[in-house]
Structures are given as C-alpha cells and as structure tokens.
Write a new protein. Structure first.
Lengths: 337, 265
C-alpha cells in the first residue's frame, strides 16, 4: 500500500434509501501527502457524501477508502485520530463559549490535560477570536463561527484536514480571511481535501482539482489545465428567437475550438481572445440580418466548466424551465447528502 | 506532528471512555446553566404540580396519612419521568444542529454522547429531588423520620428514571426534529404517569384500567418510594423489588436499542 497517499478512495458507491438517490457512483480519489486537492461540483454532486465517507461518519455501500493507509470502515478509530473535519456539517455548540468548545474537543481528542487549555488559547489567538473567547458562540457572526469551527478541527493538529464548503454562505471579506488561514495551514504541511462549489476557491487554494457530478469524477487536473480546456473567456450572445440562435450558432462555429452551446435564444462560445472574437461575431450576426438582444463576456465559471465537460448545464430545474424563468439559474439542484 | 496516539491499549480505551462521558456530561450541564429560564421554569413546574394537586384534589381524595403525604412520592416519580423529555430534546437538537456529526468524526468513545446525555439528566434529577423535598416539607409532607430509607427511596426513583431515559434517548435519535421528538414523548408519558398510583389509588379506577395501572413500572416505582418514605400502611417490600427489577430490565432492553440507533443515525 502506498503510504505516500493521504487519502485514497476506490470505487466508492453510496445510495440513500430515501428517494433512492445515488450520492456516489464508483467514486475514485487520490490525495498525496502534503497536497491540497479541491473537490469541485454543484449542490448534490456528492461532495459532502464523499467527505462523510472519508471521515468515517457514514459507511460506503461499495468500494474502499483509506486515510494514511487506515481503512475508513475497519480502522475507523485510527482514521479519526488522523483527521480534522470542518465545514457545513461539522459544527460548534451554540451555548458554549469559544474556549469551552475548543476545550471540549481537546478533551475528546485525548490531548494531555495540561495542554488542552494552552492549545485552545493558541488557536483562538491564531484565528482572531481571543476577544470573543468567553462569549457563547450564539453571539458570534457567521465568519467567526466558521473560524471557530475550523479551529475545532485543528485542536489535535491532525495531519489531514477535510474542509467541506468552508466558505459557503460567507461574505467576501470573511471568505478572503478564511482563505488566508487555509493557505497558512497548507504552508505548514497539512494535507487538505477541500470541497467547494466555487471555481475561484478551488483555483486559489488547490493544487489539483477533481470535478464531481452525479456522484462520479468527470474530470481532474490542475486549475490551469482545466481552464486551458475551457478557453479563457465565455462569450454569450442572445438573439431574437430560438430558431435564430441555432442558425447563429452555425455561423459562429469556427470561432471556437468547442461546439457552440445553444440554450433557448442564447448562444455560448468559449474563446481565447474574447474582445476580437466578439467583434467578429457581431459582424457576422449583423451581416446575417439577425437582431442582437444581449451580449456578455465573462471568465469561465463552474457552470462553464460543466458545460465544457458534460455538454449540459449543471442542474437545470425543469419546472423553472417550463414557466420560462430558468435563465442561467440552477438554484434548485437538490442537496442529497 | 500530530498530538494523537494511534493505537491505545485496552486500559487506555476504558480511561478515555470514562473521560469522554465526563466531558460530554460537563458540556450538557453547562448548557443547562446557560439557559437560566429553562432551569427556573423546569423547577417551577413540579412546585406548581405539588401545590395544585395538594389543594385541588387534597380535599376529595381520602387516603391514609393524608393526601399530601400520599402525593409526594408520586410527584417525585412523575417529575423525573417527565424529565426524560429533556433527554429526547437534547439528543434531537444535537442531531439537528450537526454537532453529532462532529462528534462522530472525533476519536472519542462511541458511548460518550448517550452516556454524557443520560448522566447529565441523572444529575438534574438529583437536583429535582432536593428542590421537591424542600417544597414538600413546606406544604406539609411528613415522611417517616428515617434518612436511610428516604435515601434508598431516592436511589430507587433515580434508577427507574435513568433506565427510562434510554427509551427517550431512542425517540430523540429517531425523531425528525426536536419539536416532533417532544410531541412523540407525550403519548407515552401521560398514560404512564396518570394511569398509575402516582396521584390516586389504583383501586378507584375502572377494572380494565386497574389491570394496567397496578402492574406498570411507574406504579411500582411510586409504591416502592411510598413504602420507604411513609412506611406503615404503605409498607410494600414487593414493590421495591419489582421496581428494581423493572429498572434493570428496562435498562437492559432500552440501552442497547438506543446505542444501536445512535450507531445508525
């Protein structure tokens, strides 16, 4: 067994009886020691289930996973001594103070009695929570709560850290602050498996990105590799009707290395040189006698990654489509984990 | 790099289990003190019951030794049995908040969450006994002057309440949320406490109800407490043994059920 792997998962499958949801389907993952791997996918893709299996909270139906060589099912106790878990599903006690929360976790990790209090104080200091140390957590802001949650995961200095959507729901400032903290941890040698819905977050923190959808890995690579696959810019054009969009897509096909994507009256192209391609596209649309209603140029988003990888939008709500209000939204994808 | 020992010995594991239960117990006790309103009202409720029952039914229920003396052991048991709702709610809340998820990923003993919950509730029941004894004495409760018997009565009631808690722990883990957990408890709590000898003699109930009331565990616990606290007409060593047997039996069935449920949630 290769011990230089911090996390190894092979063929993990997990189906939830409620609604017969396949949360993981033949899921594979490798995280080398000392690296940061980002598990990227939309809500309901299976990210949280993957983390729950890897952190021994739930058992897989099929497949194997090991953490530093310890099997997550057969050697769960050992696994729990090597991991820290933070994020949307790990949590802190609202009624307890920051210090009490960290002390409790320290005791439950069986740190030496004498080192529990100093460790708690050290973490509170490190995460800028010293002033709030003796206040009940229910008085904390969202950002403070996440920092305490992360601190709780670090009490026993675990060599491997699972961060499940650590910044989801945070304001931009708190998000940046948390990113700094995570980067400092990584610089200190901690192995991190990070799940996120944000390409930007995976891009900033992770050396390797694994893209997951419907419980399976659909792509992996460095952020640069994934972006190169995508092209640098996404050009979106909206014309007067769905039929026109199909014709326009044909007119513009040679401007991109990828097949244009038509969604209602919109055409999407992933391109390398946004502005000049946009100018050329406008000329052709004008020459063809079509009416341009909207135009936008933007950096690839997670939606675009999915579009490029799977040829479809991530999770489009069909009921919303039916009443014509779907737009670019995919809010209604279900969290199955 | 890591502060964690990977392979503990058996004695270390046991020491850790005890220490983990103590840690979770402490956490639950702290939580109770963080909500002073809850302490106030949960203390007020049994006091209110004592006063209401004494003054409302005291005149019409004729029992040997006076109604207040008859009632007090019943109120003790009723309060502790109702207290098991906090076991249910506490666990349901921890499940709902996601704290149990964190606990499950920690290298702590698997017994700590349920052990810590029931230990904290056991301690709360000890507090209840002290308060209720004081209130009882104020409204005219006169137990026989034997401290040892009184203490033994308390032990029997505490044991009974403790074994029952495990059943309510199961409900807390099975319920979809804390509110529902509470609602699910009532259909068990009310018949168990009211169709018993806690507030009125079983002999006055219709025959079909007597069959249940005379043999169910709350009646045994109340009769056992009466036997030890009051003696005389109420002397009933059979009830003491029956209550102890019920406690052991309930614990033997309910605790494994709750533990199994905890492993699955």
């Amino acid at each position: 067994m290769a011990i230089d792997l911090a996390v190894r998962a092979e063929g993990l499958s997990k189906t939830f009886k409620k609604g017969d949801v396949k949360a993981l389907v033949d899921f594979d993952l490798e995280v080398p020691v000392g690296q940061v791997v980002g598990l990227l996918g939309p809500n309901g893709a299976g990210k949280t289930t993957a983390v729950r299996v890897l952190s021994t909270i739930t058992r897989p139906d099929q497949g194997h996973a090991s953490i530093l060589g310890y099997d997550v099912v057969k050697q769960a106790a050992q696994v729990r001594r090597t991991i820290g878990l933070a994020g949307q599903y790990a949590t802190v006690d609202e009624q307890l103070t920051g210090t009490e929360n960290l002390t409790m976790v320290g005791n439950l990790c069986h740190l030496k009695r004498s080192s529990v209090a100093p460790r708690a104080a050290e973490l509170l200091e490190q995460f800028g929570l010293s002033d709030a140390a003796d206040r009940p957590v229910k008085t904390y802001s969202g950002g403070m709560r996440r920092r305490l949650d992360l601190a709780a995961a670090l009490v026993a200095r675990p060599p491997i850290l699972f961060l499940d959507e650590p910044t989801t729901g945070l304001d931009p400032q708190s998000r940046l602050a948390l990113w700094d903290v995570i980067e400092a941890l990584v610089a200190g040698g901690t192995t991190v498996l990070l799940t996120t819905q944000y390409l930007e977050e995976a891009d900033r923190l992770a050396k390797d990105i694994v893209v997951i959808d419907h419980g399976s890995v659909i792509a992996k690579g460095t952020p640069a590799e994934l972006k190169a696959d995508l092209g640098n810019t996404v050009l979106e054009l909206t014309v007067e009707s769905d039929d026109s969009a199909i014709t326009v897509a044909g007119l513009l096909a040679d401007l991109s290395t990828k097949q244009p994507h038509v969604d209602g009256p919109s055409v999407e192209l992933t391109v390398d040189k946004g502005p000049s391609v946009a100018a050329e596209a406008l000329r052709r649309i004008d020459a063809g006698g079509f009416t341009l209603i909207g135009l936008s140029l933007h950096e690839p988003s997670l939606d675009d990654v999915f579009l490029a990888l799977t040829g479809k939008k991530t999770e489009v709500d069909t009921s919303a489509l039916a009443d014509g209000s779907a737009g670019r939204g995919r809010k209604s994808s279900k969290e199955t984990a | 790099m890591s502060d964690l020992a990977i392979n503990p010995t058996a004695t270390t594991s046991l020491r850790w289990a005890v220490s983990d239960i103590a840690t979770v117990t402490r956490r639950n006790v702290i939580r109770q003190f963080r909500v002073p309103e809850a302490i106030f009202f949960s203390t007020l409720q049994p006091i209110m019951f004592v006063l209401l029952f004494t003054f409302v039914f005291g005149g019409s229920i004729k029992v040997a030794g006076g109604y207040t003396n008859y009632l007090m052991p019943g109120i003790f048991v009723q309060t502790m049995v109702f207290g098991a709702v906090s076991t249910t709610i506490g666990l349901a809340e921890d499940l709902q908040s996601g704290l149990l998820e964190r606990f499950r990923a920690l290298p702590m003993s698997r017994a700590a969450v349920l052990g810590g919950r029931t230990s904290a509730d056991f301690m709360r029941n000890m507090f209840v006994i002290v308060i209720m004894t004081a209130v009882g004495l104020m409204v005219g409760f006169r137990p026989q002057p034997n401290v040892l018997d009184y203490a033994l009565a308390c032990v029997i009631m505490l044991l009974f309440a403790y074994s029952l808690m495990w059943g309510f722990a199961y409900i807390g883990l099975a319920a979809p949320n804390a509110e529902t957990a509470q609602l699910m408890s009532f259909p068990i709590l009310f018949p168990l406490t009211f169709a018993s000898s806690a507030f009125a003699p079983v002999a006055g109930m219709p025959g079909w109800l007597q069959a249940f009331a005379a043999h169910q565990p709350v009646t045994q616990a109340v009769d056992a407490a009466r036997s030890l606290m009051l003696g005389g007409t109420y002397y009933n060593p059979g009830a003491i043994w029956a209550s102890l047997a019920w406690s052991v039996g309930l614990l033997a069935i309910l605790a494994p059920l709750a533990v199994r449920k905890y492993r699955k949630v």
